[in-house]
Design a protein around this ligand. Structure first.
Ligand code: BEZ
Length: 304
């Protein structure tokens, strides 16, 4: 069995159609059918139910697809990481969600750059779900996100749990009070959540915090990203629940208030390819923990 057989079978299983799979693989259909037949002969089991339209996998086929996909992802990661190890110049591509820019990300990267001058650092703004895809495709080496997305080929470390706060427009009935605000007090406001897509996203995390408190916001408006949510808050369109660090981005037309609900938190996550323990990542993690210790941010130290 060759890797080619795995790639071919996964394409057929995902497309549920030989013609589409052949097109995707840039080969003709007859050789594709022959390869799948060869694979079934070698395994001595049927992977596809004979005569099924649309194409249906047997139980063995489902099992083979799941494990073959995992193996192919591992091969992809192995290729990226080997290229990384062999490269003379050292690089670190960082994927980040916008809110981390208002937190410690700039300071972390400044210190990393000062200490490891030979490493070329690049930045790519993307959602947590986009980071998972970019890690697997080798477009980034580390992702800083917020959603606990499960993926067999990605390792996630929760760096810390950050408190959520609420952004209110000038003149909002709650903006004068110094008391922490209860989620319940926001129930009748238009709640601006982001990003709209891809899901699950920080938007779902915020909605889940409301749900966990038994509160159903009356009116939810999904927007593309953080800046749009804050701009609309400033315009008096509604309120938005954001990570505490967003306060770092001062706007004179938006008030930030703490939330009384202590469960209103969002994790800051460090995501890397499963097998990647490269020096750059180990050093980056050490810099993060060093800064947390200096600033007094509670955290649990994990190693790669
Ligand atoms: C933080 O704010 O905790 C953080 C942000 C980006 C990267 C690492 C940590």
């Amino acid at each position: 069995m060759e890797l080619r057989h795995l790639r071919y079978f996964v394409a057929v299983a995902e497309e549920k159609n030989f013609t589409r799979a052949a097109k995707r693989l840039f080969i003709a259909q007859p050789p594709l059918s022959r390869q799948i037949q060869q694979l079934e002969e070698e395994l001595g089991v049927d992977l596809i139910e004979k005569g099924s339209r649309p194409l249906k996998l047997t139980e063995a086929g489902e099992f083979f697809q799941a494990h073959a996909s995992e193996l192919l992802e591992k091969v992809g990661a192995l290729k990226t990481m080997t290229q990384r190890v062999g490269k003379v110049e050292r690089t670190l591509s960082i994927g980040f969600v916008a809110s981390t820019l208002y937190g410690l990300l700039p300071e972390i990267v400044r210190r990393f750059r000062t200490r490891y001058t030979h490493v070329q650092v690049s930045f790519h703004e993307m959602t947590t779900m986009e980071q998972i895809k970019a890690l697997k495709e080798g477009r980034i080496d580390v992702g800083f996100g917020r959603v606990k997305a499960e993926d067999a080929s990605v390792r996630r470390i929760v760096l810390r749990e950050e408190r959520l706060i609420v952004a209110l427009p000038i003149g909002h009935a709650l903006s004068d009070s110094d008391e922490p605000i209860r989620l319940l007090d926001l129930q009748n406001d238009v709640l601006l959540v982001y990003p709209k897509a891809p899901r699950p996203s920080f938007a779902d995390q915020v909605l889940e915090v409301f749900r966990a408190h038994g509160i159903q916001p009356r009116n939810v408006l999904e927007v593309r990203e953080l800046q749009i949510a804050l701009g609309l808050v400033a315009a008096g369109e509604g309120v938005s629940v954001v990570p505490e660090s967003v306060q770092g981005m001062k706007r004179k037309d938006v008030f930030y208030r703490t939330l009384a609900d202590r469960q209103a938190i969002s994790p800051v996550m460090f995501s890397v390819r499963n097998l990647d323990k490269s020096e750059e990542l180990v050093n980056m993690l050490a810099v993060i923990y060093e800064i947390y210790d200096e600033v007094g941010i509670p955290h649990v130290k994990e190693s790669l």
